[in-house]
Write a protein of this length. Structure first.
Lengths: 312, 284
């Protein structure tokens, strides 16, 4: 059992950091192992925002040499960024092991990601002009405090509270997953995919990389692959309902859209609230209530249903 | 004293050799007897005064605290309780084994009103998954929508949702009545074993899949029937029952009860169908 949530302000910005923290806190009973946010702020013209981690939180707690290695890894990341043609506009530590970079870079995202992730222990959590992907161990208020998310303004967000079942309790397996190498695409998922290895091998043969053994990552890579080959996001999502086997509900976000898909058995929950200026969705209504204390009308999407909303 | 089946009493199923194995782990040899008054009254039942009304504000309270407050008020004889600001919290109003009129002013989360036996509950908002699961008796009326597995494994009582409900409505239903004002999702009536389900709107795919028994009535379209579910003819007693039941909750079939489609179990289940009615009661 995991908790997933999404919200999209249509035609305006909102306090999405605070709102998503409240929604995920309300879902903490569905999974206390880790919490993740994909927050979409105003796009930074010409700048690429990169969120990365240099190590797992657990390593920094228990390791002896890791504290010496972290500055070395960061220096190597900086060196490789410059070598590949990126200009570092700023780089700020969110924690000892997680950084936020602002880059000027006109090249190929895949090339950049592959070169940077070749540094030992480094994983790019997100790349994009508006996307900021933050995930760490603990419940929502802890992660939001740690990464100072409460003041974050933006148009839309997705989030996840994880109860680890098939893979480790670590940042690598936490959601959301960035749809490498596509800028600004992220996914959260609740469920189990039973054709994970078949799907993963097929996508690896096409040159896609997987950072974790978490089945949810397959959705992000699957959508990325379908979009690369010319499908719209909505079409890719509809295909996923047919091609991904198992029980699942997932939420995907791009720079200007938010979408949800539910498996054909409708075996995983999702509750929706939709109004003219805002859409909120979550595994349980209690999460939506955390940002709407007044009475509202909510409903469940049906089996095999795919919905996509735009920010404008 | 509970009535027991005398081992020498032979029925059709005995002659078919269906009693050679002893089922374990259940009270297989006990009949429920209507004459035994103690079966209808739980030892901890509280006296109820339906004129005594009270209110609980659930703002800032957790599930356990809210349920304890409910129980506390019932122990004080309150017969009508209004629960305000439930905030879609899960597990509210569960395990009520007493007569009480409970109005929930707002929405419930998962497993709301589960394991109840006797209360009359009205919910002004929506309910999450598994509302009224394992309900034995009483009424639960939801004014808006409901999530999936609505009325899972209910044994009795009336469970009514005026809006739409999710998938697997009435899964494993063993008695009672479920009425849905709107549509239901896939696999409604899955493994249904007894009772009646009335869906006034459309039904999703695989309706009544693997049902053993029971009856489903649908007012709208049926996306597809599951295995074992077949259309059936309605009789005048059913029409009268449907008229009366819908009227009780202020609902109407879109084209009149005569035009509801009746769905029943069509597959011959060798073991189940050869049981005498009294024995089915034991099995279920």
């Amino acid at each position: 059992m995991c908790g997933i949530a999404g919200l999209i302000h249509r035609g305006k910005s909102g306090a999405i950091g605070e709102e998503m923290t409240a929604m995920l806190e309300a879902l903490k009973h569905r999974g206390p192992d880790s919490t993740g946010f994909a927050l979409y702020g105003q796009p930074h013209d010409g700048e690429l925002i990169m969120r990365l981690k240099l190590a797992e939180q657990e390593e920094t707690r228990k390791g002896f040499d890791i504290h010496k290695k972290l500055p070395e890894r960061r220096a190597e990341v900086d060196r490789r960024l410059r070598e590949i043609g990126a200009t570092i506009v700023s780089s700020e530590p969110a924690t000892e092991y997680a950084y936020r970079y602002s880059l000027n870079y006109q090249g190929d995202n895949r090339k950049l990601a592959d070169y940077v992730e070749d540094v030992e222990g480094v994983e790019i959590l997100s790349l994009g002009s508006g996307l900021e992907l933050i995930k760490d161990l603990g419940i929502a208020p802890q992660v939001a405090d740690q990464y100072r998310l409460t003041g974050f303004q933006g148009t839309h967000a997705i989030g996840h509270t994880r109860m680890a079942t098939e893979s480790d309790v670590d940042i690598r397996s936490a959601h959301p997953f960035w749809a490498y190498p596509f800028a600004d695409v992220s996914v959260v998922h609740n469920g189990q995919l039973t054709n994970y290895w078949v799907g993963r091998r097929a996508l690896e043969r096409r040159g896609h990389r997987f950072m974790s053994n978490c089945d949810s990552e397959l959705i992000a890579v699957y959508l990325a692959d379908r979009v690369t080959r010319g499908a719209t996001l909505e079409d890719a999502m509809r295909d996923s309902v047919e091609e991904l086997d198992g029980v699942f509900t997932y939420v995907v976000a791009t720079s200007d859209s938010l979408g949800m898909a539910k498996d054909v058995m409708a075996a995983k929950p999702m509750v929706l609230y939709e109004s003219a200026d805002l859409v909120a969705l979550a595994s349980e209504e209690v999460a939506i209530r955390s940002i709407f204390p007044k009475e509202i009308d909510t409903f469940d999407p049906y089996e095999g249903e795919v919905r996509v909303w735009k920010t404008h | 004293m509970a009535t027991t089946i005398h081992p020498s009493s032979k029925t059709q199923s005995h002659f078919l050799g269906l009693h050679t194995e002893q089922l374990g782990g259940r009270t297989q040899q006990r009949f429920f007897s209507a004459e035994e008054v103690e079966n209808f009254v739980y030892p901890w039942s509280m006296p109820v005064d339906f004129d005594k009304q009270g209110e609980i504000d659930a703002t800032g309270l957790g599930t356990q605290a809210i349920n304890l407050k409910l129980r506390d008020m019932m122990s004080q004889g309150y017969g009508h309780i209004v629960l305000k600001n439930p905030g879609a919290k899960p597990g509210l109003a569960v395990g009520i084994l007493n007569r009480v009129n409970l109005t929930i002013d707002g929405s419930l989360g998962y497993f709301g009103c589960g394991l109840i036996d006797g209360p009359n509950i009205r919910i002004t908002g929506r309910v999450g998954w598994s509302c009224a699961e394992n309900m034995m008796a009483g009424t639960v009326v939801i004014e808006k929508n409901a999530g999936s597995t609505f009325g899972a494994a209910i044994r009795g009582g009336d469970l009514v949702c005026r809006g739409d409900v999710g998938a697997r409505t009435g899964i494993d239903m063993k008695g009672g009545t479920i009425i849905v004002g709107g549509r239901t999702g896939a696999f409604s009536g899955f493994m249904m074993q007894r009772g009646r389900m009335v869906i006034l709107g459309d039904a999703g795919k695989n309706l009544g899949d693997s049902m053993y028994d029971g009856t489903i009535y649908v007012g709208g379209s049926i996306m597809s029937l599951g295995v074992d579910a077949v259309p059936a003819e309605m009789n005048e007693h059913e029409l009268a029952w449907l008229e009366r039941k819908l009227d009780l909750y202020g609902l109407e079939a879109p084209k009149g009860v005569k035009n509801l489609q009746k769905i029943a179990a069509g597959k011959q289940l060798w073991n189940y169908d050869n049981l005498e009615p009294a024995e089915k009661k034991l099995v279920l």
